[in-house]
Design a protein around this ligand. Structure first.
Ligand code: EPU
Length: 447
């Protein structure tokens, strides 16, 4: 297993391009199952989660080719064999987002068998809302040997209906993706009430509309889908990753540096930029030319000598994203005063607290709330990455810490940030990827 060795205290300067969004790309890739025609997706990031999705789709009969066109990664997908319909435990256990294939496969192939995703480091993460939504469209669903087994009703197609997707923590992003994708090929009209409003859902709807689906209301809590007989080919560019952009903004802020971000989805990041401004970070959109795509802007992010404490509550979009909670907690460790973070999406998503504490942070957790008392400095230490975003928080803390931090298990980071060490290195960070053996030889403690 690789580790990151980070020397803290370096100023950053330069330009980073925000890559295509992992969480948009995963359901878009799965949507290729909905058509017999070729699908082209541009700006799909090269991440381990994406490679796992390629592997899964390959097993489900999708031929996939990836290449770079004009330096943008381009993925070509085409279904060549529809006989397989089993997403095996082997793959699903490596990536929960495998559940994205359930709706498309059920709607197009009439049946789907998907291993039930287990718990993960950030909490229990049930899929009851996905199943309830598909059942409302007539799917017959059973659980067999740990697999979700779903098939369409005798009529041979799913049947449109009104579906309520609200749960105890709000809507469900991938549940909305599953039901919306399945409903495109259903007979009649489906209305999703309490739909997730995330930009990734809008991106999926835009791709499906480009394929011939009839969808209105994506981005609002009510999405209406009028079913069609078939969907056809599409050439679609994935939206930039708002979580990667927010992580880079925190990198500028925690090192009191100035970074330029290109391909930045500022329009989808208001809650994050609002909190950064409150902390004292400046974000200036660089308006060039006339036609600005609000999801692909250039902006200059400048840190500040003194960071102000703030309150943050994670919420469904357009509220503050849970996927930036750990990164903001790392930043607030160095604010001048007490900050409060309340986690309302994944109540157990606090594994980074203990690791940040190892670096000198002062954080007290009470249930779903953490009180962060700012300290003057963090100190490098060996720490353990536990999940993707917690690990990103540790990288940020390490960039600002005095001395050397060794972050173990960086495979978590590779799930969601492409070549993070090279990209942060290109703007001045001292960050090296080493094997555990190399770390042992150098005498840097790794466990
Ligand atoms: N929930 C249920 N029942 C369900 C589904 C969800 O109770 O059937 C609960 C969850 O336990 C959670 C809340 O609803 O408390 C929201 O979960 P959601 O279903 O929206 O999460 P998800 O779709 O599985 C996506 C992202 C996550 C991100 C969440 C919330 C992908 C691949 N994953 O997960 O991203 O945290 O939405 O925004 O899109 C990450 O990138 O690090 C990551 C974890």
């Amino acid at each position: 297993m690789d580790v990151f060795v980070i020397e803290g205290g370096r100023k950053l300067a330069g330009t980073l391009r925000v890559n295509g969004s992992k969480n948009a790309a995963l359901p878009l890739l799965a949507a290729s199952l909905l058509t017999d025609d070729p699908v082209i997706l541009r700006d799909v990031p090269d991440l381990s989660d994406i490679r796992n999705m390629h592997r899964l789709l390959g097993e489900l009969g999708v031929a996939i080719e990836s290449e770079r066109e004009n330096n943008i990664p381009t993925t070509r997908l085409r279904v060549v064999d529809e006989t397989e319909h089993h997403a095996r435990y082997d793959i699903v256990r490596t990536m929960r987002a495998s559940i994205c294939v359930l709706g498309p496969m059920l709607a197009k192939r009439g049946q789907a068998r998907v291993s039930m995703p287990g718990g993960c480091a950030i909490g229990q993460r049930p899929v009851d809302l996905h199943l309830r939504g598909l059942e409302a469209l007539g799917a017959i669903i059973t659980l067999e040997g740990g697999d979700i087994v779903a098939r369409v009703p005798q009529s041979g197609r799913l049947i449109g209906d009104t579906v309520f997707l609200g749960g105890p923590f709000g809507s469900t992003v991938l549940g909305t993706a599953n039901v919306m994708s399945a409903a495109t090929l259903a007979q009649g009209t489906t209305t999703i009430e309490c739909a997730a409003c995330e930009p990734e859902i809008v991106d999926l709807a835009n791709m499906l509309i480009g394929m011939g689906a009839k969808i209105t209301g994506a981005g609002s809590p009510r999405i209406t889908i009028e079913g069609v007989e078939t969907l056809s080919s599409i050439d679609h560019c994935v939206i930039p990753d708002r979580i990667e952009a927010g992580t880079f903004m925190c990198a500028a802020a925690i090192t009191n540096s100035t970074l330029t971000l290109t391909n930045c989805p500022l329009d989808a990041m208001m809650s994050a930029t609002d909190r950064l401004e409150a902390i004292g970070v400046h974000i200036d959109p660089a308006h060039q030319g006339t036609a600005i795509d609000p999801l692909r802007q250039t902006c200059i992010v400048s840190g500040s000598e003194s960071l102000r404490p703030v309150q943050i509550t994670t919420q469904p979009h357009p509220g503050f994203p849970t996927d930036l909670q750990a990164q903001f907690m790392a930043l607030l460790c160095l604010a001048a005063g007490n900050s409060v973070i309340t986690e309302k999406i994944f109540p157990e998503r606090f594994l980074h607290v203990a690791e940040l504490t190892r670096m000198g942070a002062s954080i007290h957790r009470h249930g779903t709330t953490a009180v962060i008392s700012g300290v003057k400095a963090l100190t490098g230490a060996p720490v353990m990455a536990s999940d993707l975003r917690a690990s990103a928080g540790l990288v940020l803390a390490a960039l600002a810490a005095r001395g050397t931090t060794v972050i173990n298990r960086v495979y978590h980071i590779d799930r969601g940030y492409e070549q993070l060490e090279h990209r942060l290195g290109s703007v001045g960070a001292s960050i090296q990827r080493l094997s555990e053996d190399a770390v042992a030889e150098l005498g840097l403690m790794s466990e």
